[in-house]
Design a protein. Structure first.
Length: 115
């Protein structure tokens, strides 16, 4: 199983980006998928998660600005990020987990927000 994250880039403050995560090597639909991020010198932190049924949970920093979604048929997940701030600058990682298959991480995609 491989998770491929894409969509990162350089944007100005208040700009938007849409991250994508595609799972390959399996047709299995993960119980939980999510996005984490890690800024330089900081620990990796949760951004948002979504269950197979579409239930979502957001970090306080993401509420009202980010929207997580998934397409179970495509085994894909997305993160629409609006009103980006310089403190959102980080490598963003996609994550997928199931009780049977275990946990998987993507390679990360860099998001840089300039002030």
């Amino acid at each position: 199983v491989q998770l491929q994250a894409s969509g990162g880039g350089l944007v100005q403050t208040e700009g938007s980006l849409r991250l994508s995560c595609a799972a390959s090597g399996t047709s299995f639909s993960f119980t939980v998928m999510g996005w984490y991020r890690q800024a330089p010198g900081k620990q990796r932190e949760l951004v948002a998660i979504i269950t197979r049924d579409g239930n979502t949970h957001y970090a306080d920093s993401a509420k009202g600005r980010f929207t997580i979604s998934r397409d179970n048929a495509k085994n894909a997940m997305y993160l629409q990020m609006n009103s980006l701030k310089p403190e959102d600058t980080a490598v963003h990682y996609c994550y997928a987990n199931s009780p049977v298959r275990g946990a998987f991480w993507g390679q990360g995609t860099q998001v840089t927000v300039s002030s």
